[in-house]
Unconditional design. Structure first.
Length: 273
């Protein structure tokens, strides 16, 4: 069996390339570690009032205050919990209806105008996702006053961006053969949408709406912090009155509501998908 001698020059070149790669990776990791250390120093070490924490005993005593549950608050939790659940549900349904025209405008293959209406639809998607639900709630609270209505409107506006974007992308990825067949026999734009497009995107859109509703339960739980009702408002009141046991009770109610939403959304997804 013949033995092929390795070229020393080629081996040296490969060794040099490997060494340079290791040096480059090492410098990159050093830069990342230095950046993380700088961020930790600026945001945690220097920006934290360590004297206020009071050491381990202070931390434990603060935690202990939250562990003493205020069971007397239980009767007051029922109505805000139901209000939060209904706020999420109604806001999701409203957001779904508002998403339909936005998705129709923002889908490149069905939009009436690619030069004007298509950019408008995409802009509305970005606008809805860019503004936080708390900001939407503040805007609607100032417009319609306190209560559940501004929370519902805020959740609906926040939901438009996600639902319409997923729906528009689903429309753009449909099989065009049924659409062309309906148009070939003289079908109207509504018939094309109803018979050619909706049956293809129905599972995706419905699963997206269920997922958004699951997220909106979490969103609606904090809407009361800006006066939009629900458990968030009760949480804000307990914090203002320094009732730490009541704060924990509200958090447990929010956790219970989220678990219920997870169970419902799980079975809804199984039924749809």
């Amino acid at each position: 069996m013949a033995v092929i001698d390795a070229n020393p020059a080629a081996l040296d070149q490969q060794y040099e390339l490997r060494r340079r790669r290791y040096v480059k990776m090492g410098l990159i990791w050093l830069a990342v570690i230095a950046f993380v250390a700088w961020c930790v120093n600026g945001t945690i070490i220097e920006d934290t009032d360590w004297s206020r924490i009071g050491g381990r005993s202070g931390v434990l005593s603060s935690i202990g205050r939250y562990l003493s549950l205020d069971l007397g608050l239980l009767p007051e939790l029922l109505i805000p919990t139901l209000e939060t659940f209904m706020m999420a549900s109604v806001g999701t349904v409203l957001g779904c209806f508002l998403s339909l025209p936005v998705a129709w405008l923002g889908a490149a293959n069905v939009t009436p105008s690619k030069t004007i209406l298509y950019p408008l639809g995409r802009f509305l998607m970005v606008l809805s996702r860019s503004v936080h639900e708390i900001v939407w709630a503040l805007l609607f609270v100032s417009a319609v006053g306190l209560g559940a209505l501004p929370g519902i409107l805020a959740i609906a506006m926040r939901s438009v961006g996600f639902i319409s974007k997923i729906s528009a992308e689903a429309i753009e990825n449909i099989d065009t053969k049924p659409v062309e067949a309906i148009r070939a026999v003289g079908g109207s734009q509504f018939q094309v949408m109803y018979y050619g497009i909706l049956p293809q995107i129905y599972p995706v859109v419905l699963a997206t709406v269920i997922f958004e509703w699951d997220i909106n339960i979490r969103r609606s739980a904090v809407m009361g912090l800006v006066g939009a009702g629900g458990l968030g408002l009760l949480f804000f009141r307990q914090m203002n009155s320094f009732n730490y046991g009541g704060v924990t009770m509200v958090i447990l109610a929010i956790l219970f509501l989220i678990i219920i939403g997870e169970i419902i959304s799980h079975y809804l997804r199984k039924a749809v998908i």
